[in-house]
Design a protein around this ligand. Structure first.
Ligand SMILES: [Zn+2]
Length: 477
């Protein structure tokens, strides 16, 4: 019996089965696994799979689920299409934008790419960090589609030769959920390419316990994040999940004590109750430094700065952390030690870094194995050699498979691999005496502080990630 509340639906399949048929026969297609389309039914024996094959052009497998939940989902997925007035172009455009947003949200995509190319327009979704083609449409759908998104996000639809950006709030079809989207266009040889970034974060994952830290890392971080002053840095490339970790930290602090938290962000990605959030917007003349100077007059206990990009912001951050504030921020750096060096490169005196920085964390997102269908296997000698850890030869690990709960992909979301560097006295001394990445890394090695790669190895042997994802972190120290 399939638990319908956990199924990951593929919207492309839903649109392939006529609504009238789905509603009348209580059938709901959900995923393609091994070239077979899985269709949910409350009574699988009463249907002939062969009768459904023509809608999908693939083999059909019927799976049993409970009728109440099934009815609810069918109503949700097919109600908008039964109300649709066919015929007019505008309706078709609305249906298409609805479908694309719905597809992206229901598959937890982070970005939607609309890319025109000669006779076709490619709609691609970035899911778990990977770009996948969702749909290929004939080019005549392109103008209506891109114009609608441009209008909704406040762009000039007549302007097609310069890059533009904007934002919109889209109501997810069939639910009361709304999603914040940042939109951008850039002129290409075949027309404008559009990228839509979905900003709505899943609030469930916003607790420190759920962001994926190992017990040792979590213990260190929980100790540091509850202090009254000093600086905490969470570092990584764009899209490494830094914001999620920062938001989870703020929520953790709020659970522990009643404090005044103010954030300065570009943009505010997720709204947290009881936190004052300021949006940096260059066009509105609100910059990181100007916003920071004014928020200090509002008596904050904790300040979160979305990202430190320049010396002025870094200086205000350091000074605030010296004067009785806890400051959380991020840097574009690939390791915990590189972030420390980066601060010095920006122009902060090493003794200032040594006296304020409490912990520097680096993170990178990798795909997490679906825990429902993962399959046990053993690491081969070749794989152990590729990882450079020969003694792991033969250890039990897990590999991906595919089920209805992960949409057949074998993965469910992403999990960060972390490096956590607590700045204790020996590191303070090192930083004070003028620092380099090499000396910091040597010291970390001497003190057995796990690197991001070590964390990936632990996550692989614990069955959270597969060999492939572990191997992808080899270069990242
Ligand atoms: Zn699965």
């Amino acid at each position: 019996m399939v638990d319908i509340t956990k199924v990951s639906f593929n919207p492309a399949l839903i649109t392939m089965l006529p609504a009238s048929l789905a509603i009348k026969k209580l059938l709901l297609p959900c995923a393609v696994i091994d070239e077979t389309v899985y269709v949910l039914s409350a009574d699988p024996e009463s249907h002939k799979p062969s009768e459904l094959e023509r809608y999908f052009g693939k083999k059909i497998k019927l799976e049993k689920t409970e009728p109440l939940g099934l009815r609810e989902k069918i109503k949700l997925f097919y109600s908008s299409s039964t109300k649709k007035v066919p015929g007019t172009d505008q309706n078709e455009v609305i249906r298409l934008t609805d479908e694309i947003i719905f597809a992206a949200v229901s598959r937890s995509a982070s970005d939607i790419h609309i890319n025109p190319k000669e006779e076709k327009v490619f709609i691609r979704l970035r899911m778990s960090g990977q770009l996948e083609t969702y749909k290929t449409l004939p080019i005549h759908s392109y103008n209506g589609l891109i114009s609608r998104f441009k209008i909704l996000s406040g762009m000039n639809i007549a302007e097609k030769r310069s890059p533009q950006d904007g934002k919109l709030v889209y109501k997810v079809p069939g639910s009361n959920q709304k999603v914040d989207i940042r939109a951008a266009t850039i002129p290409c040889i075949n027309g404008e390419k559009m990228t839509l970034r979905l900003l709505g974060l899943n609030s469930d994952s916003l607790t420190l316990e759920k962001i994926g830290m190992s017990p040792d890392h979590l213990k260190i971080y929980q100790e540091e994040v509850q202090r009254d002053n000093g600086m905490i840095l969470i570092n990584g490339a764009t899209g490494s999940g830094k914001s999620t970790s920062l938001y989870a930290s703020l929520r953790h602090i709020l659970e522990l004590k009643d404090v005044n938290i103010i954030t300065v962000e570009d943009p505010v990605e997720y709204q947290i109750d009881d936190v004052i959030q300021v949006n940096v917007d260059e066009s509105d003349k609100v910059t990181f430094p100007s916003a920071l100077k004014s928020i200090l007059r509002h008596d904050p206990d904790v300040i979160m700065i979305g990202e430190i990009r320049d010396a002025e912001t870094a200086n205000i951050a350091i000074k605030s952390s010296l004067t009785g504030h806890l400051v959380l921020s991020s840097l574009h750096a690939n390791s915990a030690s590189a972030a420390v060096v980066r601060l010095a490169d920006i122009g902060i005196e090493p003794y200032m870094i040594a006296s304020t920085l409490r912990v520097s964390i680096a993170q990178k997102l990798v795909r997490k194995l679906c825990q429902t269908c993962r399959k046990q296997t053993r690491l081969s000698k070749e794989e152990a050699l590729l990882l450079g850890v020969e003694e792991l030869d033969g250890s039990i690990i897990y590999q991906k498979h595919g089920c209805l709960y992960c949409g057949g992909s074998g993965y469910s979301g992403r999990i960060p691999v972390f490096e956590v560097l607590r700045i204790n006295n020996s590191f303070k001394k090192l930083i004070h005496s003028g620092l380099s990445d090499e000396t910091l890394r040597n010291e970390m090695h001497q003190r057995n502080i796990p690197s991001m790669f070590d964390d990936a190895i632990t996550k692989m042997t614990n069955g959270l990630i597969d060999f492939q994802e572990c191997y992808s972190t080899v270069g990242s120290i």
